[in-house]
Design a protein around this ligand. Structure first.
Ligand SMILES: [Ca+2]
Ligand SMILES: [Ca+2]
Ligand SMILES: [Ca+2]
Length: 353
């Protein structure tokens, strides 16, 4: 089996609500805990968030953009996802049908995709779970991780409806064991190239990829051919306190980071969970990449003509060094941009993009 054993990314701690005047905006139970959206300007712990509320205030909420979650399924009947779920952006590669609902086993181990989907597309102000980063985007599920992946099935997932889906969000890859060097094979590599070349009516689809959680095992995302592909937007994570997390992997291809779990008191990411539940426990780079996908849905609503290359340039030009400045390893490249193999060019800032 070529490409077998693709692993979902995902480790994880405790939470306390932030305090500021945005908290009264929505009645969703997890909204007060969505610190990465409303940390600034009054929270004591962190002065930064992703600038998402500023973009909402500009009138962009992801409308007209379509994001697909490539994962272990999406519980689209979840009452915080159903309104934004798009049957036409969904497929089940594992069972070869059009219903990407997760398989419910005794361990409930297939909650990963539903958690990623919620970060982007939770409905606002419905007293259920939280508020998605791009809460008017359409969300699809491409179920492909429940079972061994072949090169063919990866290619089918990555090339599914390249003219309909704008953003493909992937929080998985080769095993994060510090020993595996692996990446897309012939068909998946071609799917990535074709998607960026011909998809989105020639502007190129966006393949957002989590950089991986193998840091504590010595894993390096340079050895992950999905993350290091020029066709993917590789996203790492930074903790609430602005630190490189214990699970983070360094590599040259990391373009930017989004907030996710860290250590000790650092909070994790609230989102939808299977069985129509909510969770505050989504974590790792698995939770960072969907935040990036949601932010990019806002960006594409603001300017649908951006090519996949434009988007990479925009990230480089707008990512923020400031909240990560206390970390070592920053260097200035020949073009004058600060970069760091832990954080790429910095923290994604939606309003600047
Ligand atoms: Ca199915
Ligand atoms: Ca909600
Ligand atoms: Ca890895």
């Amino acid at each position: 089996m070529i490409g077998a054993g693709r692993a979902k990314f995902g480790p994880g701690f405790e939470t306390t609500p932030a305090k500021n005047n945005l908290l009264g905006r929505y009645n969703d139970e997890l909204w007060p805990h969505q610190w990465y959206i409303h940390n600034s300007p009054t929270s004591q712990l962190a002065k930064w968030d992703h600038g998402i509320t500023k973009v909402w205030e500009m009138g962009f909420t992801g409308a007209g953009t379509t994001v697909a979650i490539l994962d272990d399924g999406v519980e689209w009947r979840h009452t915080d996802l159903m309104a934004n779920y798009d049957h036409n952006a969904s497929f089940d590669v594992n069972d070869n049908d059009f219903d990407p609902s997760p398989r419910y086993d005794q361990k409930d181990s297939n909650a990963h995709g539903t958690r990623c989907a919620g970060e982007i597309a939770m409905a606002p102000h419905n007293m259920k779970c939280g508020v998605g980063v791009a809460f008017n985007a359409r969300i699809g599920g491409i179920r492909c991780l429940d079972g061994d992946l072949s090169d063919l099935s990866e290619a089918r997932a990555l090339s599914f409806k390249n003219d309909y889906i704008d953003i493909y969000s992937s929080s998985w890859g080769p095993s994060d064991d510090g020993k595996t060097v692996d990446g897309p094979k012939v068909l998946a590599a071609e799917a990535l190239e074709r998607g960026t070349t011909f998809g989105r009516r020639g502007r190129g689809v966006l393949y957002v990829w989590a950089s991986g959680n193998g840091g504590s095992r010595g894993d390096n995302c340079n050895c992950d051919g999905y993350v290091s592909s020029i066709y993917t937007i590789s996203i790492g994570s930074v903790s609430e306190s602005g630190q490189f997390p214990w699970y983070g992997e360094k590599c040259a291809s990391t373009l930017a980071v989004a907030y996710s779990s860290g250590a000790y008191q650092d909070r994790k990411i609230p989102t939808t969970d299977i069985h129509n539940a909510c969770t505050m426990e989504h974590s790792g780079t698995s939770a960072a990449a969907p935040i990036a996908s949601g932010i990019l849905a806002l960006v594409l609503e603001a300017n649908p003509n951006l090519s996949w290359r434009d988007v990479q340039h925009l990230i480089v030009c707008t990512a923020e060094f400031g909240p990560l400045a206390e970390n070592r390893g920053w260097k200035r490249n020949a073009a004058g941009f600060l970069y760091n193999s832990q954080f790429g060019f910095g923290l994604l800032v939606a309003d600047a993009m």
